[in-house]
Write a protein that binds this ligand. Structure first.
Ligand code: TRP
Length: 331
């Protein structure tokens, strides 16, 4: 089975990213042929700094490798290295409904935040569809916020096949059941997020242990003292969820284990568990990030392997659509 996912090169990954997404990529290596792409072209759709983007791509590559991605067992590459992505994006625009793009939640949210709403931001989901469809991937591991984008790429693939003949594989999403929604520690009604969270409410993968413990100690909990999940108590529920995911147990087991412990000592325990969970990643990251030439070499090799796969699909798509060199002329 071929599995594809794209990851934004935003510099600082937080615990929610790690549990909800990054761990899924690592597991994908065991379940199939995993192709992971750092999406620098997507990152240009909102205001950004070019030098910082380059650095962030390497930050992200180092983070993925530190988390356990193994270039010998997956294809890890940078989107901007493989020109087939933007080319396929353009070709797929012909089978994408303008009205569908207008309905995308992420577009609406992001366009409300920026003064210049770029055409790139509008076409973002088509490029995302091209990312996946170029590899005829069957499965797309993503966070819950990407459900709509995966639905759209399915529609695009179906419409292409209907219009031009059976060519593209219709992918399906895979959203993790646990840990998909790690909430902000200060505002537990909202997801832990790179853009919308408070510094105090967000645990970054590269945070120092002391910072992690401090953030967890000052996490907003609710009135009462029982370690029990309930919709009225999003704060303590979130901490129970974090503990369960990290310990690979059920939330009910966490409740049982900390029955009567009180909020203070529970928070301390969660802090210790998170520190222990993230420490090895932080240490490997420091080592990997120090060698930029090695990171570029990994990405370069990945891009070469990706190109071979994407080229095949592009030749078929061009042929079906009647654009570019006639199929017989392709060597
Ligand atoms: N839009 C995704 C996000 O914000 C990133 C992404 C780009 C992606 N291309 C993709 C995810 C292809 C899955 C498949 O997280």
């Amino acid at each position: 089975m071929r599995i594809f996912s794209g990851i934004q090169p935003t510099g600082r990954k937080h615990l929610g990213n790690y549990i909800g997404a990054i761990r899924q990529y690592v597991q994908a290596q065991e379940r199939g042929e995993a192709i992971l792409c750092i999406v620098d072209l997507h990152a240009t759709t909102v205001p950004y700094d070019p030098a910082a983007l380059r650095r962030s791509v390497l930050d992200t590559a180092a983070m993925l490798l530190a988390a356990g991605l193994d270039p010998a067992r997956c294809v890890l590459f940078r989107q901007g290295d493989v020109a087939e992505h933007p080319e396929l994006c353009w070709l797929l625009c012909s089978v994408t409904a303008h009205g569908d793009l207008n309905r995308m939640h992420q577009f609406k949210e992001k366009s409300a935040r920026h003064e210049l709403v770029s055409a790139g931001l509008f076409l973002y989901p088509v490029l995302q569809a091209a990312d996946v469809l170029a590899y005829r991937a069957e499965e797309v591991p993503v966070g819950a916020d990407q459900r709509q984008h995966v639905e759209l790429m399915r529609d695009i693939a179906l419409r292409f096949n209907e219009r031009f003949g059976e060519t593209l594989v219709v992918p399906r999403h895979r959203i993790p059941e646990v840990g998909a929604r790690i909430m902000d520690l200060q505002e537990p009604e909202r997801k832990m997020s790179t853009t919308d969270s408070t510094e105090q409410g967000t645990i970054y993968v590269l945070d120092q242990p002391s910072a992690i413990v401090k953030k967890l100690k000052s996490a907003v909990t609710d009135s009462g003292r029982d370690i029990i999940r309930s919709p009225e108590k999003p704060g303590i529920s979130n901490l129970i969820e974090v503990m369960a995911v990290i310990g690979e147990t059920e939330s009910a087991d966490v409740e049982l284990e900390f029955d009567g412990a009180g909020y203070g000592s529970f928070k301390q325990a969660v802090g210790d568990a998170v520190v222990e969970f993230l420490a090895p990643v932080r240490e490997r990251y420091a080592e990997l990030r120090g060698d930029e030439a090695a990171l570029e070499a990994v990405l370069g090799e990945g891009a070469e392997r990706a190109r071979v796969l994407a080229r095949e699909t592009l030749a078929d798509v061009r042929g079906r659509m009647g654009v570019g060199p006639p199929p017989a002329a392709v060597p």
